[in-house]
Design a protein around this ligand. Structure first.
Ligand code: AMP
Ligand code: TRP
Length: 329
């Protein structure tokens, strides 16, 4: 049996090249090798308020983006978290074995909580729900960007604790990070990661941004005062541009050095813009075709949910039995 892969993204904000290079691109690459489930995690999105109509539309948009990137629904499942109620059910069972202190230590929780006047309980529970997503399907591999590594460590801690309290139940999932592009930084500020919730022009390149907007953001990216690319002394902004180029092109370190050493920043940016746009244009064309076919995305989501539901139900049944919760004999 092929090992199982699970990953997901929140249907909030606009997906950007960081989401693509950190996660989505790698999902496409591994889907022939593993049994993959790619989720749109709407229950995670509502840990902060989402306008209902916008959220509803965003879910199908994200599904369309997965498909446009090359996820093949004949091969992989593309499903919505709230369509499979076992996610929430298992999350409760895991909540009961998770010390609050573990959750309060999560850096994403601390960063998000600092921005809120009143912190919803969902924000604290967020990583437990994420653990449930993964453990529910007994996933062995979870391909994500670097910012999710801490949540995955916590997932393993929760699984271990459940297994030691109640007996072997969950597969221990491994984190899979891309070798290049695991953490794409903001174009305007290379000290912070490129983020969906950051809306300033020039921060990110959205996967659905028109090419001229993408080019403008890249040409304005923050660099430093050196005259050109010096591989022995790369500032964070220049390093980020080179990473974006390398991740899109698939070039080796050697090829990168030979080609870019000494290049002036203006020329570097132009070439980064070219490689990004060369990928975005066919991607956006596929996206428009997919969304133009009425009912197609909804059908993929329904079929996928139908396909994965028995896997989820089996794990919940097992976890209930292990805990002594009520199941029919
Ligand atoms: P999110 O936008 O939080 O739903 O994240 C979806 C996926 O994209 C996760 O696997 C993240 O780790 C990944 N990701 C988000 N931002 C970045 C970034 N700036 N660079 C690389 N990967 C990212
Ligand atoms: N927390 C992840 C993020 O913001 C999204 C997510 C939810 C996820 N459940 C998951 C990722 C399970 C991988 C596996 O990026």
């Amino acid at each position: 049996m092929r090992a199982r892969v699970f990953s997901g993204m929140q249907p909030s904000g606009n997906l950007h090249i960081g989401n693509y290079l950190g996660a989505l691109k790698n999902w496409v690459r591994i889907q022939q090798e593993y049994e993959c489930i790619f989720c749109i995690v709407d229950l995670h999105a509502v840990t902060v308020y989402q306008e209902p109509a916008a959220l509803r539309a965003k879910i199908e948009e994200i599904a369309g983006l997965y498909l446009a990137a090359g996820i093949d629904p004949q091969v992989s499942a593309v499903m919505v978290q709230s369509a499979v109620p076992e996610h929430a059910e298992l999350a409760w069972m895991l909540t009961c074995v998770t010390p609050v202190g573990w959750l309060e230590r999560m850096t994403q929780y601390k960063a998000k909580a600092a921005k809120q006047e009143s912190v919803g309980d969902g924000l604290l529970q967020y990583p437990v729900l994420m653990a449930a997503d993964i453990l529910l399907y007994q996933a062995a591999i979870v391909p994500v960007g670097d910012d999710q590594a801490q949540h995955l460590e916590l997932t393993r801690d929760i699984a271990q604790r459940f297994n030691s309290l109640y007996g072997e139940t969950f597969v221990m999932p491994a984190t899979s990070l891309p070798s290049v592009g695991a953490r794409i930084m903001g174009l305007d500020d290379p000290q912070v990661k490129m983020s969906k919730s950051e809306t300033g022009a020039g921060h990110a390149v959205g996967l659905l941004d028109p090419p001229d907007k993408a080019r403008k953001a890249i040409m304005r990216a923050t660099t430093d005062s050196a005259p050109g690319v010096d591989f022995d002394n790369l500032g964070p902004g220049v390093a980020n541009l080179l990473t974006i180029y390398q991740a899109f092109s698939g070039w080796t370190d050697d090829q990168m050095r030979k080609h870019f050493a000494g290049m002036r920043y203006g020329d570097l940016k132009k070439q980064v813009a070219d490689v990004v746009i060369a990928h975005l244009e066919p991607f956006q064309k596929r996206y428009r075709e997919i969304m133009g076919e009425r009912g197609y995305v909804a059908r993929v989501l329904a079929e996928s949910a139908f396909r994965v539901r028995p896997l989820a139900a089996a794990t919940v049944e097992l976890a209930k039995r292990r805990m002594g919760l009520y199941t029919a004999e």
